[in-house]
Design a protein around this ligand. Structure first.
Ligand code: X8Z
Ligand code: ZN
Length: 599
């Protein structure tokens, strides 16, 4: 199939009865796209299928098959003739319709992952990516060892359970340290990948790989970092109060007489401190779902979307997805991080999760189904295959979290019986818990630590021996968190975060998703439902589904800023998010009275 495209493409420059110059640019573009599309879909699908098998059943054979399929995809997507023709057509883009221009740009964007003008680099990158994923997905976490033998193998769900429930600091420390062991295994692979990723991006004229990823938003690195820094600054006053409150609360919980300025990382209920669950007395979100079956969690998330007028998930979703932990007795290893897949860019949609009845999995399931319903919404003939993506990547991340936010609100939880009659909630404490597990703790992590670290890694060519130190500098500066003990220079604690390895240079998507989602939520609650954004129930409201479908169904065929203004009446603004949590400021200042805050 690749040969077919190459031969037709070459025919354009050979003497032919009808030369390309006789065709209008639009007709030339149509011809290119008509050739490109079917091959794109076929090779993309092969590659996604192989990656799915490699992620759900880690083995050398599957890693090899993934590398093979990705190499074929890369050889096609990065084909030098494709690049040449797309570039030439974009030079006369004023003679092309906007949808065509978008597709050609996307073609070049895909080509930049594997330009065949440097096939050696592109091939090496594909192989290194597959190997790095296999190292991470196949890693055996371990809580106790005798010599080299692991006597207590554990899953990441097990480690998370310790961090979310244990009050024994020694046990917490062991779990936290165990969660970081994989970093050392991944560091050299990350350094190699950094070189290859920068290499292919530079081949396509980008300054470095980070700049290439940021270009998805039509922004430069400087513009993106300025946007992220502004977000970090905007939440900083509230975050400083939260951090202050949390360190006092936790010191008391663990019986520590000294309250440290920086929170020791193993004190928090998340391996990276990106969310701080379980801190608020009297609010136990886990208890709302702990007696449910994991299957119920996924079905209830589906019911939420269906109640707003979305279709039921296709039967193939249930048959092909891998939703629960590997059953006891099976030796198969699978990727531990949740993901959603659009395998054939049409109706084959799947999710990979390890759902257990915890609040974190409850919200994560809503997140993943957001991706799935986004795929379903734009898989329609009007949206070309190349544009079956989010308006930008953060929209894709934001939809499911928007529904998680809606699914965490009191009226809904009462309606479906997760909050029993007579089970009253304290609104301020509920809001506090939501800030601790939502954007106020998440933004310093995502817009701060992750994004600055990756910028330093790719654009700054951070030397390997500086990696761990730089990581913890960012963690201290943005999150006010410190490692429990000194971290080894040869380790890579950043590498323990899956995205650093296999979703590189794009974690700010989640930061911006938060901004977008509060903007959408505010609009939905105030203007569509006429409800208070802090007690707002989408369940069963088809008009909310209609609104969301209108946002999602164009995919990437429209400009993301235009979509936002058209649907919410405002440019991107953090104001609705800040407004949502504003009542907490005064509450926390009172709680923190007499304490020295800041870090
Ligand atoms: O990776 C995810 C999703 C899959 S796209 C579960 N999230 C980020 C993370 O876990 O670090 C969702 C929020 C942030
Ligand atoms: Zn996601």
């Amino acid at each position: 199939m690749i040969a077919a495209l190459a031969s037709v493409a070459c025919a354009g420059s050979a003497p032919a009865p009808r030369s390309a110059a006789d065709l209008s640019p639009q007709a030339q573009a149509d011809e290119l796209l008509a050739l490109y599309d079917p091959i794109y879909v076929a090779l993309y699908t092969e590659s996604a299928r192989a990656a799915w098998v490699a992620a759900t059943d880690v083995s050398e054979e599957h890693t090899g098959q993934r590398t093979g399929a990705d190499t074929a995809f890369a050889a096609f997507a990065g084909n030098a003739e494709v690049i040449r023709r797309a570039r030439a057509l974009l030079e006369v883009q004023d003679q092309l319709d906007p949808l065509t221009v978008r597709q050609l740009r996307q073609m070049l964007y895909l080509a930049a992952s594997a330009p065949q003008t440097r096939p050696d680099l592109a091939r090496a990158r594909v192989a290194a990516e597959a190997q790095q994923s296999a190292r991470l997905d196949g890693f055996q976490f371990c809580l106790a060892r005798q010599g080299d033998t692991c006597t207590q193998p554990v899953t990441t769900n097990d480690l998370d359970r310790v961090l979310q429930t244990s009050t024994d600091l020694d046990e917490r420390l062991r779990a936290w340290q165990s969660s970081k062991e994989v970093g050392a295994v991944l560091r050299d692979g990350l350094v190699e990948l950094r070189g290859l990723r920068n290499g292919v991006a530079r081949e396509m004229g980008y300054r470095d790989f980070f700049a290439f990823q940021v270009d998805n938003y039509s922004l430069t690195t400087e513009e993106m970092m300025a946007l992220l820094d502004r977000l970090v600054d905007e939440v900083r006053p509230l975050y400083a109060q939260l951090q202050c409150w949390a360190r006092h609360e936790l010191a008391q919980r663990y019986g520590q007489s000294e309250v440290p300025t920086l929170i020791p990382a193993h004190w928090l209920g998340n391996r990276w401190g990106q969310s701080w669950p379980g801190l608020v007395e009297g609010i136990d979100m886990d208890s709302l779902v702990s007696s449910r079956e994991p299957e119920w969690i996924v079905q209830q998330a589906e019911r939420f979307y269906v109640s707003m007028g979305f279709p039921n998930l296709p039967q193939s979703f249930w048959e092909q997805s891998d939703l629960y932990p590997v059953p006891e007795g099976e030796t198969r290893r699978k990727n531990a991080h949740a993901s959603a897949w659009h395998v054939d860019l049409q109706s084959d949609v799947r999710s990979l999760m390890s759902v257990e009845p915890t609040w974190e999995w409850f919200t994560t399931t809503h997140h993943e189904l957001g991706h799935i319903y986004y795929y379903i919404s734009y898989s329609r003939p009007e949206v070309p295959y190349l544009l079956r993506e989010g308006a930008n990547r953060s929209y894709h991340e934001g939809i499911g979290d928007l529904i998680s936010l809606a699914a965490s609100q009191e009226p809904y939880l009462r309606e479906i019986g997760l909050l029993a009659e007579g089970q009253e909630i304290d609104e301020m404490r509920w809001l506090l818990d939501s800030a601790l597990t939502g954007p106020i703790t998440f933004l310093p992590w995502s817009a701060g630590v992750m994004s600055h670290f990756e910028r330093d890694l790719y654009a700054g060519e951070l030397p390997p021996e500086e990696i761990n130190r730089r990581w913890w500098e960012h963690v201290a500066r943005y999150q006010g968190i410190a490692p429990p003990t000194e971290r080894p220079a040869e380790g890579c604690d950043a590498c323990t975060k899956t995205h650093i390895n296999d979703d590189p240079g794009q974690y700010y998507d989640y930061a911006l998703a938060n901004v977008v989602l509060y903007q959408l939520h505010d609009h939905i609650c105030r203007n569509i439902l006429q409800q208070d954004p802090r007690a707002c129930n989408y369940y069963g409201r088809r008009e909310v589904g209609d609104f969301l479908r209108a946002v999602m169904s164009p995919g990437a065929s429209r400009d993301w800023q235009e979509v936002l203004v058209e649907h919410t009446g405002r440019e991107l603004t953090a104001e609705p998010m800040l407004e949502y949590y504003r009542p907490l400021m005064q509450y926390l200042e009172e709680q923190n009275r007499g304490r020295t805050c800041g870090f």
